[in-house]
Design a protein around this ligand. Structure first.
Ligand code: DP6
Length: 310
């Protein structure tokens, strides 16, 4: 059977940086994200008994092995996958890519896994991929192999916020999130970060519940800056931000002081994600597009998780 799926990227407001188990991709802390509507990966998988090797890259092959084991098949797969945004540039292409592959490969093998099991399986491919399976506002709990998965905590249409994806470069990062995370513990700030995470999650959930945008934005931005401080103080140091990224960060702060409210977050890459309320979207896009070095601003909003297209 041939199956095509779409999985969105997800943007973490409270980030995952550091694992308790590298093999099982068990995170050191809980994290919280939203799935987007437009940006994501479309993947087609077809299992074929006549193929003698998988038509896929090595990370995907390892994920296909896991699906073969569960489905008890030994066929090879033909995989066609496409991101509608720059890959490897801080926009979570491994999250949408591995989530899409997990759903497509299991469905094409005739499996109908419950959401929880799909999320767990996606997690084994890339930690953050488990958060691209459920819809809307999503929390990924730390725990063991059985209990560490993501679930919806507020539905897609709960709160109409806008996410502006600010692309300053499509250059691929030199150090992957996986490699970078393995050395997170070398930062003198890492332990304190991990210890502070449960309280942060509690606070941001309360802000979401009250739909308090200012509170949400402050907690989100502070967590992003805290994660990047850990990265910068790791051995060797990691710095994913370009001068253009910093210009965007400074502009967002300045406009906010002047009354135009928005907050940024950034992953392992140079591109920024700016959260705002719909009333400020047009003005912000107009201003962001004028910043020297900004190539493109993509508009997005909170959306559903991975789903079958055919
Ligand atoms: C900075 O999920 O890409 O985007 O589990 O090793 O594949 P692996 O790492 P990955 O790390 C994402 C890190 C982050 C923060 C986040 O999305 O929570």
């Amino acid at each position: 059977m041939k199956v095509t799926v779409f999985a969105p990227i997800n943007v973490a407001l409270i980030k995952y940086w550091g694992k308790e188990d590298n093999q099982l991709r068990l995170p050191a802390n809980d994290s919280l994200s939203v799935c987007l509507t437009n940006l994501g990966t479309t993947t087609t998988v077809e299992w074929d008994k006549n193929l003698n090797q998988d038509l896929a890259d090595s990370r995907m092959k390892r994920q296909l092995d896991k699906v073969r084991k569960i489905a008890q098949i030994n066929w090879r797969a033909k995989v066609v996958t496409k991101n509608n945004f720059p890959s490897g540039a801080g926009l979570s292409s491994s999250a949408s890519g591995l989530a899409a592959l997990t759903l497509a490969a299991t469905a094409a093998a005739g499996l109908k896994l419950p959401e929880k099991d799909l999320s767990r399986l996606a997690r084994l491919g890339s930690g953050s991929a488990c958060r691209s399976i459920p819809d809307g506002w999503v929390e990924w709990s730390k725990g063991d192999d059985k209990t560490s998965y993501a679930k919806t905590i507020f539905p897609t249409d709960y709160w109409n916020l806008r996410i502006l994806v600010v692309i300053v470069s499509d250059k691929k990062k030199l150090v992957s999130s996986t490699a970078g995370q393995e050395l997170a513990f070398t930062s003198p700030f890492y332990k304190a970060r991990v210890k502070s995470m449960a309280a942060k999650i509690k606070k941001i959930k309360a802000a979401i519940k009250q739909k308090n945008f200012t509170e949400l934005g402050k907690i989100m931005e502070a967590d992003c800056l805290n994660m990047h401080r850990v990265m910068r103080t790791q051995q060797p140091e990691l710095n994913y931000l370009l001068p253009e990224t910093k210009t965007v960060m400074q502009a967002v702060k300045k406009w906010r002081e002047e009354g135009l409210e928005s907050y940024f977050t950034i992953n392992t890459g140079q591109n920024a994600l700016v959260f705002c309320e719909p009333k400020n979207e047009n003005k912000l896009v107009e201003r962001l597009e004028k910043i020297e070095g900004v190539i493109e601003v993509r508009r997005d909003k909170i959306g559903k998780g991975a789903r079958l297209l055919t």
